[in-house]
Design a protein around this ligand. Structure first.
Ligand code: FMN
Length: 175
């Protein structure tokens, strides 16, 4: 395993994937990362829907007006949902689960990208929440935050360079 600092700098959003499928072990390892991620008050209120069917991935790629096209190329995707009305930290809980899956994928040498779903709609104005509920039979109380698409990398992405980090974002003691 690479060092964690190396992994953080090398995790770049991947939107181009080869056709090679993920192994069952790889998928399980990614989902494990989500299931052991921290949640507020340890509520563990999130749910995850796995998607591998190419037709479903294509449909999801059209579920937003823009920004979701890459899902058509992904070989595996995970819809991350939370109980938006009941859990005031559902966005935080789901976000942490999503990024932990992305970091785990990077550690496996795989690429991934976050596709945002909350509050989005397709080109005809149909909410992504409705599209996802219809496709996967999601109960009313669950709202999708995002879909993370995964696959084998098929695009060159440069790692973050220490020399280009904007340290002015950090305020020592006072903004
Ligand atoms: C909250 C959030 C929403 C994002 N939504 C999308 C999206 O809908 N489509 C997409 O292609 N990338 C999306 N991304 C990926 C960002 O565009 C990407 O992380 C950013 O450009 C920085 O690039 P990097 O991931 O390579 O460091 C999202 C990332 C975050 C954290």
């Amino acid at each position: 395993m690479n060092s964690f600092s190396f992994l953080l700098a090398n995790r770049r959003s991947m939107r181009k994937f080869t056709e090679e499928k993920l192994t069952e072990e790889q998928k399980k390892t990614i989902l494990r990362a989500a299931l052991i991620s921290p949640t507020a008050k340890n509520n563990r209120g999130w749910e995850f829907i796995t998607v591998e069917d190419p037709d479903a991935l294509r449909k999801l790629s059209l579920s937003r007006e823009m920004g979701s096209g890459f899902l058509a190329e992904a070989v595996f995707a995970v819809v991350v949902l939370g109980k938006s009305a009941e859990n005031d930290c559902w966005v935080e809980d789901c976000s942490i689960a999503a990024i932990d899956m992305q970091l785990q994928a990077e550690d496996l040498g795989l690429g991934s990208c976050w596709c945002h779903m909350r509050g989005r709609a397709n080109a005809e104005g149909k909410p992504t929440r409705q599209t996802i509920a219809e496709m996967f039979g999601v109960p009313e109380e669950y709202e999708p935050l995002c879909i993370v698409g995964f696959g084998h990398k098929n695009m060159e992405r440069k790692p973050y360079e220490d020399g280009k980090i904007d340290w002015s974002k950090v305020h020592k003691g006072r903004f």
